[in-house]
Write a protein that binds this ligand. Structure first.
Ligand SMILES: C[S@@+](CC[C@H](N)C(=O)[O-])C[C@H]1O[C@@H](n2cnc3c(N)ncnc32)[C@H](O)[C@@H]1O
Length: 314
């Protein structure tokens, strides 16, 4: 179960629709995102979050040249712009396209598409993770980025739901007018623009057959800070439905499109499990760091001893 004291949804909200209607709690469309967006009214979406195809030849991709990729993404960004509210945000999560050993940072390639439409970049969030390919001719890549753009200066943002624990929670001012008062915000500190969240690899609790999921807790920070309950969250490239899970767990509405039937099925399954309270997600908590000197490291949450394999996160 999800741990909420009251049920997340009413019976009517437990329906997952395949076609968009403003009254839907969840629309999980099988097909091209541009088709879904053409059915959605102007200014209906508070927050668009996505990790688009990376143009790097995954099972679901036709590798195209960079110009064609930029044009295709530009069309999707234009369509997102039409359906986004003036107070809304767009979060585009991308990594690097690798071409014969040269890396091309896709956020740099796509930045202009947003800027040309008057969008303002509020953060370029670095998502750092611990696992990936080991490179021989360059340093191994261990981050991707999230470009967070707002449509206007009058944008919705609430830091409080995503604050993280202070390093020294009880620390107080020791001199001056504020002597004795807490020196930090009791609700926690700003999580900053560098987020250390494990990527979804084989042993991750959220792993499905999709080759390229992002973690729910990454999306959850965006959902909680940039939208309010019952707002519509949109993901044009839904994949295994991670944005849908994060939106629904936090009582938002979701619409998203997925082109491939196999991934659409996975997304539907995860959404249904979310609505029924059966979905399992990794909590947004610090990444475990083994003590370098320990004979057998302990899990920092439970105190249990870890095997060497667990210690290495395998
Ligand atoms: C990087 S993956 C997204 C993964 C997703 N963030 C998750 O956590 O599962 C991109 C997805 O976009 C889908 N896709 C590609 N072109 C599409 C299009 N035109 N419309 C809808 N989905 C598309 C691909 O099949 C792929 O599953």
């Amino acid at each position: 179960m999800n741990g909420y004291a009251t049920p997340l949804f009413s019976r009517a909200d437990l329906v997952v629709s395949q076609h968009y209607d403003p009254s839907n709690r969840a629309t999980i469309y099988l097909g091209d995102c541009l088709d879904l967006m053409s059915d959605m009214p102007e200014q209906s979406v508070q927050l668009a979050i996505t990790s688009p195809p990376y143009n790097i030849g995954k099972a679901y991709e036709d590798v195209m040249d960079l110009e064609a990729y930029r044009d295709q993404q530009d069309q999707v960004i234009a369509a997102c712009d039409r359906i986004l509210r003036p107070t809304g945000s767009i979060c585009w999560q991308v990594g690097n396209y690798v071409d014969g050993g040269e890396i091309v940072p896709l956020d740099i390639i796509l930045y202009e598409s947003f800027k040309r439409r008057g969008y303002k970049l509020r953060n370029r969030i670095i998502w750092h993770f611990g696992h990936g390919l080991h490179c021989k001719n360059r340093f191994s890549g261990r981050y991707e980025t999230i470009l967070w753009f707002t449509k206007s200066d009058d944008y919705y943002f609430d830091l409080d739901p995503v604050r993280v624990p202070q390093k020294y929670p009880g620390k107080r001012h020791f001199k001056g007018e504020k002597r004795g008062q807490l020196s930090g915000n009791p609700l926690g500190k700003n999580p900053s623009d560098v987020w250390d969240i494990p990527n979804v690899k084989a042993n991750h609790i959220e792993k499905t057959d999709h080759p390229c999921q992002f973690p729910v807790s990454l999306v959850q920070r965006l959902v909680l800070s940039m939208s309010q309950p019952d707002d519509l969250v949109f993901d044009p490239f839904l994949g295994a439905g991670t944005t849908a899970v994060a939106a629904l767990l936090n009582r938002r509405r979701i619409a998203g499109a997925e082109l491939m039937e196999a991934y659409h099925k996975i997304a539907m399954d995860r959404v249904k499990k979310t609505l029924s309270g059966e979905i399992k997600v990794r909590a947004d908590k610090p990444v475990y760091k083994p003590e370098p000197t320990s004979k057998l490291a302990r899990n920092q949450w439970t105190g249990e001893e870890l095997s060497a394999q667990q210690e290495l996160g395998l």
